[in-house]
Design a protein around this ligand. Structure first.
Ligand SMILES: [Zn+2]
Length: 406
């Protein structure tokens, strides 16, 4: 019989369920106790949780090292609004002047769809991501996220401000083509009365003044030591091509399909690097306004939504070689997802806090890239050559740009 006793700093002790052969770290994790919060002893000797394995007849004592109540997360005060056969539960941990309360609502398939649509409509109004009379360009990969976005627009039509939207599909990399769902995306555009424009690989090579076809440049990047740049380049290309289309159409607004956890992950990167970042869910840079209309909906919610309203469309292939991100990116997303588990609804607090922080920051300083024409934010401590964005600077060093480009 092995015993693991947890002694907390509020005077309580508790026997943790443990079986011989289990790692002590796993025992702690199952009980919601972070290793950093405790010191563990076996027979009076300190042991590291990560290597200790629970033995038969062991008596292990785990003591909390700081005086605070771990149970705010382990056993939160919770109110559950139950539903029969739920498909999803939405929890939000509320902080009422220092007192915490977790509210959880269970949704059936039907009420979940209503919840997502209501959240979308309300967040559009609250965040002013769509304003009456706006001329907007939206990126349409034809993939799952953009189909979900169009479905949302379609099904809530009449409940958001009248705007003039153009959908732009940027082609040029094999990973960007989504033949399985693209047709539906086009049908949804037609249903919504949206214009649809296709940007080609030649347009990309022209704007970025590439020496070779875009796909050849990217093939070299992913085959080389700077393969981690692939998503950075891909995103900049998508952004610039959207902006170019916006400029052509006299549309000052560009909409991106980032959802809540995309933005939480970018905040993780922001507060661990100190890089400057524009506002959420609306950011102004130069003469353009960037908006994120899906900022209140998580990727999981969007995925489930699509599965419920258009089950046949919910396919997404594995990422290809041009759309596989760096470890750094995965870390930001993993931390963001864990944060949601620890503090459900943390995005509400983060975005509001970030809005306050923005007000006290010095104004962003930006510059115009002389190659791609993109406006980019100058980062403190990062020596960018004047008038050259990260991506064009990188492509220039790789000799991927035409001789007359820089
Ligand atoms: Zn550039």
């Amino acid at each position: 019989m092995s015993t693991v006793v947890f002694r907390n700093k509020t005077g309580g002790s508790e026997t943790l369920h443990a079986t011989p052969g289990q790692r002590l770290l796993d025992v702690l994790r199952l009980h919601g106790i972070p290793a950093n919060a405790v010191l563990a002893h076996r027979d009076g000797e300190v042991i590291p949780e990560s290597t200790a394995v629970v033995g038969t007849d062991d008596v292990i004592e785990v003591r909390q090292v700081r005086h605070y109540d771990l149970d705010v997360l382990r056993r939160p005060k919770e109110y559950v609004y139950a539903a029969p056969d739920p498909v999803y539960t939405k929890s939000v941990l509320f902080d009422h002047g220092g007192t915490l309360e977790r509210r959880t609502e269970q949704f059936t398939a039907e009420t979940f769809v209503m919840y997502v649509e209501e959240t979308f409509v309300q967040s559009v109004a609250a965040g002013a991501t769509m304003r009456a009379g706006d001329r907007v360009v939206i990126g349409l990969s034809g993939g799952r996220d953009s189909v979900a976005y169009l479905k949302l627009l379609e099904r809530t039509r009449g409940r958001w401000p009248e705007v003039d939207m153009t959908a732009v599909t940027i082609t040029g990399l094999p990973d960007w083509d989504e033949p399985a769902t693209f047709r539906t995306a086009l049908d949804a555009c037609a249903g919504l009365g949206l214009d649809h424009v296709i940007v080609t690989a030649d347009d990309v090579a022209e704007l970025f003044k590439l020496r070779e076809p875009f796909v050849d440049v990217m093939n070299k990047v992913v085959a080389g030591e700077h393969r981690n740049m692939n998503m950075v380049i891909g995103h900049q290309v998508l952004r610039r091509m959207l902006e170019q289309e916006a400029e052509r159409r006299g549309a000052p607004v560009v909409a991106f399909g980032f959802n809540a956890d995309d933005l939480v992950a970018s905040m993780v990167t922001w507060f661990t690097t100190g890089y400057r970042m524009g506002g959420i869910p609306v950011r102004e840079l130069g003469s353009l306004r960037y908006v994120f209309p899906l900022y209140r909906i998580t990727k999981k919610e969007l995925t489930l939504y699509l599965e419920l309203v258009a089950p046949g469309l919910n396919r997404q292939g594995a990422p290809g070689r041009f759309t596989t991100g760096s470890d750094e990116r995965s870390l930001a997303y993993a931390v963001a997802d864990h944060l949601y588990d620890l503090w459900p609804g943390i995005d509400y607090y983060l975005f509001n806090a970030f809005e306050n922080v923005q007000r006290t920051l010095l104004p962003l300083i930006d510059d115009l890239c002389r190659v791609c024409g993109g406006r980019y934010v100058l980062q403190e401590g990062v020596a960018n050559p004047a008038g050259l964005c990260d991506v064009c600077g990188f492509l220039h060093r790789q000799e991927a740009l035409r001789a007359d480009a820089v």
